[in-house]
Design a protein around this ligand. Structure first.
Ligand code: HEC
Length: 143
């Protein structure tokens, strides 16, 4: 019995100490917002902006370790791949590249990633929302 108690105290202690490890949950300034049609923007804000913009909403549970480590990692990696708050210096090649990747993840149903959907069921894309995003992505291809 005393042993169980020690184990519980140790586990709680480790979890408490984890809370002291700093995580980089900051929203850097918006460099240049992507120029988005209103309908597209609504969908992206609801389903994608938390990981693909500098306007991430960090809910209370995102601050609690060890989950905070995973969430922060996804946001930082997501921003590196695609950041709707930094569309500066996009040339025709870059926008084609982004458009292709967006169409690809939509076709494969890869985004938003599953753990996020479990916490944000409203972020799941309906067929019509997917169609709106794909049509917009296609419009990014240069004429
Ligand atoms: C919970 C965070 C999260 C959300 C929400 C999210 N993504 Fe991502 N996204 C990521 C991460 C992490 C990566 C990089 C790793 C990977 O490709 O799985 C990524 C990668 C991507 C890429 C690049 C894929 C590649 O092959 O390089 C595209 C495009 C993308 N996401 C589009 C979207 C779109 C569109 C939405 C909304 C419908 C969305 N994402 C929602 C986290 C997220």
């Amino acid at each position: 019995m005393a042993k169980t108690k020690m184990v519980i105290i140790a586990v709680v202690g480790v979890i408490l100490i984890m809370q002291l490890i700093p995580v980089n949950q900051i929203n850097p300034p918006v460099v240049q917002r992507a120029d988005l049609p209103a309908e597209v923007k609504t969908i992206l804000v609801e389903s994608c902006f938390d990981c693909h913009s500098n306007e991430t909403k960090w809910p209370w549970y995102s601050r609690i370790a060890p989950g905070s480590f995973l969430i922060t990692h996804d946001v930082i990696e997501g921003r590196e791949h695609l950041n709707f708050s930094d569309f500066s210096n996009l040339n025709a090649f870059d926008s084609t590249d982004i458009a292709e990747e967006i169409i690809e993840v939509l076709d494969e149903g890869e985004m938003p990633i599953l753990p996020y959907l479990l916490l944000h069921p409203d972020a799941s894309l309906s067929d019509s929302e997917t169609r709106v995003l794909k049509d917009w992505a296609k419009s990014l291809f240069p004429e």
